[in-house]
Design a protein. Structure first.
Length: 554
C-alpha cells in the first residue's frame, strides 16, 4: 500500500519472505541498487519531473520507502523537450561519501544527442549535496566504479551520430576520475562494442573473484530489452561476452506479465546472496505501458564457471522471488517463487495504493511532483488560504517552462482519482482542474473554465500524439459552488465525471468513456495531477483546491 509519505508496504509478502514484483510500481525506471551503511537503496530516473532523482530504502528488499530526493534546485530543466532531462542515476558509496552520477539530456533530436554527465557527493543521503561537477558529454548512463586500489573510473555509453542506422549507441567507454581535482584524467578507453542485440547502454562494473564484470543493457528499452554481461581479468579489458547471453530478457515471451526487462544492477546481501534490480513494464492489454517503466528485483546466482544467471537458470524475470535468508529450494513457498498466477498477478501482490492530501498541513505530501520547475510559495501555496492549496495559474497545458501542475504517479492499471476546487475564471483562456498527463503531446484535461454564453463551465480536452481535441460537451456550473472532478480508469479505458458542491450526490459523466492507450510510450509513465493555466496571463489568477484522492483498484 502506497501511503502519502511514499511508503510501499507488503506485509504478507514480508511475513513469507517473498519479494513481489514490481517492488516500485508506476514510473520508476532505470534503477540502480546499492547496499551501504546496512541499508539497501534504489535510485531511479525522473526525466522532466522534479524533484529530480528519487531514492528508496529497504531493510529486506521486500518493503521499500521513498527516503530522499537528490536533485532539486541544482538542475535547470526549463525548456527541455519531453523524454529528456534527468536520465539513469547511479549511486555509489566510497571513502565515507555517497557519489551520484547522472545525465542531464538537453536534446535527443537525431542524429545528435546533447547528454551532459555530472557528479555530486554528500556524506548523507539527506545532504547537503555538493554542487554538480561536469564530467563529459560523449554519451549517457554514467556509472562510477571504485576499484579496490583507490582509483575511480567513469563509464558511459558512447554515442556516434555518424552511424546511419537507428542504433547510434556504439559501446561503452571508461575514463579515470580524479576525485581530488574533480575532473576526468587520462584518455577514454573503449571497453565493449556490445553484441548483435545492439543499443548497448547502462554499464556498471562489479569486481568478484579477481574478475571485472561489466553489466550492460541491450536491445533498447522496449520489448527487445535485455541484460548482457561481459568479464575481464583486467579493468581495461579485453572483455569476453557471456556465452549464454543475454542473461535476462522477456523479448521472446510477449505474453509474460513483466516485459521490457533490462537495465540491471547488483547487490550482495549480508547472507552472501546476490540480487539484481531492473526495469520492467506491465503493459495493459499486453501492449500499452501506461504505468511506465517500473522497478523489479530478481535473485541471481554465480555459476561454476563464474558467470551470473537468474536463480534457477532461466531468462524470464519472475513475479516472486525469495528474499534474503530464504532458501528457494527448501522453503515452503518456493513454488510461489517460480511462476505467476494464470492472470499474471501475484497471489501476494501489494494492496492497492491509496494516496490522499487534504491540504491542511504545513506542507504538501512528498509524493507530489512537478514538471521542469520546483513548486514554491509563489505559485503553490498552503498559506494563502488555510485548508486549501492555492495554485496560481501558469502557462498552457503544453508549456515546457511555467507549467503550474502537481501530480503523482499512476501505480495501478485501475484507479479512481478525485479533487475539488473553488475557481472563478473570467475567460476561456483560463482553466483549472484534473489531468491525466504523460507529456505535453499526450494528456487528458477535465477543467473548469469560462464560456461566453454559459458562464462558468466544465469541459474536457485532450491531446493525442500532438493532435489536440476539444470535446463539444459542456456542463454549466451555476452559483458559487465548489466543483468536484473525478476520473475512473481501468486498463486502457477511462471516463471523467463532475458535480458541483459537496451536497450534490449525483456525478455527471463528462463525455463518454474513452481510450487512454496513448498515455503510454516514451520514457516516462502516466501521472494524475491538478493544475491551473492562464493563457490570458492575468495577474492574480488562481484556483483553490480542497483535496485530492487517488485509490488504486486491484
Amino acid at each position: 500500500m502506497a501511503e502519502p509519505n511514499g511508503v510501499t508496504r507488503n506485509d504478507s509478502a514480508k511475513a513469507q519472505g517473498v519479494i513481489v514484483n514490481p517492488v516500485l510500481r508506476g514510473f520508476n525506471p532505470d534503477p540502480y541498487m546499492l547496499r551501504a551503511e546496512g541499508k539497501y537503496y534504489i535510485a531511479v530516473s525522473s526525466f522532466e519531473w522534479l524533484p529530480g532523482i528519487r531514492v528508496y530504502e529497504s531493510d529486506d528488499l521486500v518493503s521499500w520507502q521513498h527516503c530522499a530526493d537528490l536533485l532539486t534546485d541544482q538542475v535547470n530543466l526549463r525548456g527541455n523537450p519531453k523524454n529528456c532531462s534527468i536520465w539513469a542515476p547511479q549511486l555509489s558509496w566510497s571513502d565515507g561519501l555517497f557519489y551520484l552520477v547522472y545525465t542531464d539530456v538537453k536534446s535527443t533530436k537525431r542524429p545528435f544527442k546533447d547528454s551532459h554527465n555530472y557528479v555530486i557527493t554528500a556524506a548523507s543521503l539527506q545532504g547537503p549535496w555538493s554542487e554538480p561537477v561536469y564530467l563529459n558529454s560523449s554519451g549517457f548512463d554514467p556509472s562510477l566504479f571504485h576499484d579496490d586500489d583507490g582509483r575511480k573510473w567513469l563509464l558511459n555509453e558512447l554515442w556516434d551520430y555518424r552511424i546511419a542506422t537507428g542504433n547510434k549507441s556504439v559501446g561503452v567507454v571508461i575514463q579515470e576520475y580524479d576525485s581530488d581535482r574533480q575532473e576526468l584524467i587520462g584518455e577514454a578507453v573503449k571497453l565493449f562494442d556490445g553484441t548483435h542485440l545492439a543499443k548497448t547502454e547502462a554499464p556498471h562494473i562489479y569486481k568478484r573473484g579477481g574478475w571485472y564484470y561489466l553489466i550492460t543493457a541491450e536491445g533498447g528499452t522496449g520489448e527487445g530489452h535485455a541484460v548482457t554481461i561481459a568479464r575481464s581479468q583486467q579493468l581495461l579489458g579485453p572483455y569476453e561476452v557471456d556465452p549464454r547471453f543475454p542473461m535476462m530478457t522477456a523479448s521472446d515471451t510477449p505474453d509474460w506479465p513483466l516485459q521490457c526487462a533490462g537495465h540491471g544492477s547488483l547487490v550482495e546481501s549480508p547472507e552472501g546472496e546476490w540480487y539484481m534490480a531492473h526495469l520492467c513494464t506491465r503493459p495493459a492489454e499486453g501492449e500499452y505501458a501506461i504505468l511506465g517503466r517500473e522497478t523489479a528485483i530478481q535473485k541471481v546466482e554465480w555459476t561454476e564457471d563464474g558467470w551470473l544467471q537468474l536463480a534457477g537458470g532461466g531468462k524470464l524475470p519472475l513475479l516472486e522471488v525469495p528474499a534474503p535468508g530464504r532458501n528457494a529450494h527448501n522453503s515452503a513457498d518456493a513454488e510461489a517463487c517460480v511462476s505467476p498466477d494464470a492472470d499474471g498477478l501475484s497471489s501476494s501482490a501489494p494492496g492497492a495504493a491509496v494516496f490522499e492530501d487534504r491540504f491542511d498541513g504545513p506542507e504538501l505530501a512528498r509524493n507530489w511532483n512537478t514538471l521542469r520547475i520546483l513548486r514554491d510559495e509563489s505559485w503553490c501555496s498552503l498559506q494563502q488560504r488555510p485548508g486549501f492549496l492555492r495554485m496560481s495559474a501558469g502557462e498552457s497545458p503544453q508549456t515546457l517552462f511555467e507549467h503550474h501542475m502537481i501530480a503523482i504517479r499512476q501505480t495501478e492499471l485501475a484507479f479512481r482519482a478525485e479533487t475539488a476546487l473553488d475557481y472563478r475564471p473570467v475567460s476561456y483562456l483560463q482553466m483549472a482542474g484534473l489531468l491525466l498527463y504523460l507529456n505535453d503531446e499526450n494528456y487528458f484535461y477535465a477543467c473548469v473554465t469560462q464560456d461566453e454564453d454559459q458562464g462558468r463551465v466544465v469541459r474536457l480536452m485532450y491531446c493525442e500524439e500532438n493532435t489536440f481535441t476539444l470535446l463539444p460537451e459542456i456542463i454549466a456550473v451555476n452559483g458559487e459552488a465548489e466543483v468536484q472532478l473525478a476520473v475512473e480508469a481501468d486498463g486502457t479505458r477511462a471516463r471523467f465525471f463532475c458535480r458541483a458542491g459537496i451536497e450534490q450526490e449525483v456525478w455527471q459523466p463528462l463525455g463518454k468513456e474513452m481510450s487512454i492507450a496513448f498515455l503510454s510510450g516514451g520514457f516516462t509513465g502516466n501521472f494524475i495531477g491538478i493544475g491551473a493555466h492562464d493563457m490570458y496571463r492575468t495577474a492574480g489568477s488562481f484556483a483553490d483546491f480542497s483535496f485530492f484522492r487517488y485509490e488504486g483498484r486491484n
